[in-house]
Unconditional design. Structure first.
Length: 139
């Protein structure tokens, strides 16, 4: 009888653990679809908060970001290096030197995060191909 109870508790414990893992992966949910104007507004709010933009800067950035998001919404749009540099130049003209330094730092951090995510995905794919179990980190 004791073995039966221990086995039942083991099954319940393992199934609970499996469900928790699954919920963690699904918690991100689907990416919300925003219009170009909504994306520009969301980006402007984030920049205003991070860089403490003035009213005049917000107006200039809104025009610039709305324009950029409209381009991105076009089918098959892939920004070239020249496009990215031109956008960076326009942004740097609007921001003060302190804000530019902060913005550059934020952009570097975003690049590093993206590199880490890409590397993680590569490792996951490699492990799946080789049949190795995934390594999960405790948070």
């Amino acid at each position: 009888m004791k073995k039966l109870i221990v086995a039942a508790l083991l099954v319940v414990g393992l199934s609970t653990f499996a469900q928790v893992e699954k919920k963690d992966k699904e918690s991100k949910g689907p990416i919300e679809k925003l219009s170009p104007e909504e994306k520009a507004e969301k980006g402007l709010k984030r920049m205003t908060k991070q860089l403490k933009l003035t009213e005049a800067q917000q107006k200039q950035m809104k025009v610039l970001m709305t324009e950029q998001e409209a381009k991105r919404a076009e089918a098959n749009f892939k920004p070239s290096k020249e496009d990215r540099l031109a956008m960076k130049e326009k942004i740097s003209k609007i921001l003060t030197s302190e804000q530019n330094a902060t913005w550059d730092k934020i952009q570097e951090e975003r690049k590093e995060k993206m590199k880490e995510k890409i590397e993680e995905k590569r490792k996951e794919r490699k492990n799946k191909k080789e049949g190795k179990p995934e390594k999960t980190e405790d948070k």
